[in-house]
Design a protein around this ligand. Structure first.
Ligand code: GLU
Length: 448
């Protein structure tokens, strides 16, 4: 079976980490199985969909490197939904309903008061032609429901195992609103069928839509055996709170603005909710190789910001100079090369911290001189240029011979004089980057 998946956000807000996880898992699944990844914007809800969110979703996915092979927008496909609806109508599988939202709410309230499940009572099926005509004459425009078949609907969910629902516990779904707009759950089935989707990988909040999905899919001529489902448990925030696109919680763009690496987000989300440890990956290809949908568990994982930052540091420590060269330039580190990157990389938690180390290398920097006599001895022992990674050893051995100092008593005053800090990258790597002239001036206590 050829694999074809889709990520189908509604453009009603910016992507949060839960949405991004669904996108990433779909993408990884497609790449792992040589399949295709469709980005579909579910924008049939005209009141809540906004062009800026649609653009934001595309921008966020591109930033992560999740390229889509195909693109669709539900608002471009209204004709397809109309004709699918007409086929259901011709088969007698949909029926017109005239209840107002208030009337439906009242019905539900009464059912709940009687301890009955709040399932639509199919009252519209009992309307006489005269009653229908009276509604129409009074200006009511019908919405349309799909008539569900009897008996259980079951599927083998790739995350949850065998799931089965009694059709009697589910309301006949509305497929078309009074204004003729399709409901996205209906549009989604039409798309999955017509765009040849093989696996629907989405949030567990859609499990209750799936029995309906399968019945409409079959009614439109699809073979449910050709459509697999995987419902990923929803990611919650660090405090266990539900994430919401519309409330902007943990949005990808806010994390990006704070300096998080795309590969840190991807590395963490590719493993969140699996039993496998999070492995920092330098590129998406590494995540594809280790991806297995069967590893995802049934319980809801927590997304911890602190964990993301830990992964962020580890990802930075893996990135080759080529992967960051352009961004170092953009930070104003004009002239920073691979030697600089390799020297400072192990000390970074965020890429922009490289700026501080660039300043340490290029100055100006006010040195910290604890012991001027020792600093003078250090200056006297400084080898001539050219310098390389061995210069530090040559220098400190000569300095030990001259002063008797070694270990921390030797290194710490040098670190403070050369970098004005107590911690940082290996001095053997920084030394050639700072250069002899600047080292001499700093040892003399000058800002250089
Ligand atoms: N548009 C839906 C959402 O944003 C997804 C629909 C689907 O995956 O079938 O939750």
């Amino acid at each position: 079976m050829s694999v074809s998946v889709r990520f189908a956000p509604s453009p009603t807000g910016f992507l949060h980490v839960g949405n991004v996880r669904a996108a990433l898992v779909n993408w990884l699944f497609a790449r792992r199985h040589g399949g295709r990844f469709l980005l579909r914007l579910d924008d049939t809800d005209l009141e809540r969909s906004e062009a800026r969110y649609a653009a934001g979703i595309e921008e966020d996915l591109s930033w992560l490197g999740l390229a889509w092979d195909r693109f669709a927008r539900q608002s471009d496909r209204l004709g397809a939904y109309r004709s699918a609806f007409d086929r259901l109508a011709a088969a007698g599988l949909v029926y017109a309903c005239y209840e107002t939202p208030d009337e439906l709410a009242l019905k539900r309230k009464l059912q709940l008061a009687r301890h009955q499940p709040p399932v639509y009572d199919r009252g519209a099926l009992r309307l006489t032609a005269a009653e229908r005509a009276a509604f129409e004459a009074g200006g009511r425009r019908p919405h349309w429901r799909f008539r569900l078949g009897d008996g259980p609907v079951a599927w083998d969910d790739l995350v949850h195992g065998h799931l089965s629902f009694e059709a009697g516990n589910v309301s006949d779904p509305v497929v078309l609103r009074g204004d003729g707009q399709p409901i996205y759950t209906f549009a989604s089935v039409v798309d999955d069928l017509e765009l040849g989707i093989s696996h629907v990988i989405r949030g567990a909040d859609h499990i209750s839509n799936t029995p309906v999905h399968l019945q409409i899919y079959r009614a439109l001529g699809g073979d449910p055996a050709g459509l697999a489902f995987a419902h990923l448990p929803l990611v919650s925030g660090g405090e266990g709170e539900k994430l919401s696109k519309r409330q902007g919680s943990l949005s990808l763009r806010s994390l990006r603005a704070e300096g998080v690496e795309a590969m840190a987000v991807a590395s963490l989300l590719a493993r969140l909710g699996t039993a496998d440890p999070v492995e920092p990956a330098a590129d998406l290809a590494a995540l594809v190789a280790g991806f297995d949908l069967a590893r995802f568990g049934r319980s809801s994982p927590h997304f911890e910001l602190a964990e993301l930052w830990q992964v962020n540091a580890k990802v930075l420590h893996l990135l080759p100079f080529d992967a960051v060269a352009g961004r170092l330039m953009a930070l104003g580190l004009d002239g920073a090369g691979a030697d600089f990157w390799e020297a400072v990389r192990p000390n970074l938690g965020r890429l922009d911290e490289a700026r501080d180390w660039w300043q340490v290398c290029r100055g100006p920097l006010a040195p910290v001189i604890d012991d001027p006599a020792f600093a003078a001895a250090a200056a006297a022992a400084l080898p001539p240029e050219p310098w390389d990674a061995e210069t530090w050893r040559t220098w400190t051995q000569a300095l030990t011979a001259a002063t008797g100092r070694k270990g921390k008593a030797l290194f710490q005053p040098l670190r403070r004089a050369l970098t004005a800090r107590d911690h940082g990258p290996e001095l053997r790597n920084l030394l050639p980057l700072i250069g002899r002239e600047r080292v001499l001036r700093r040892l003399a206590g000058e800002t250089a």
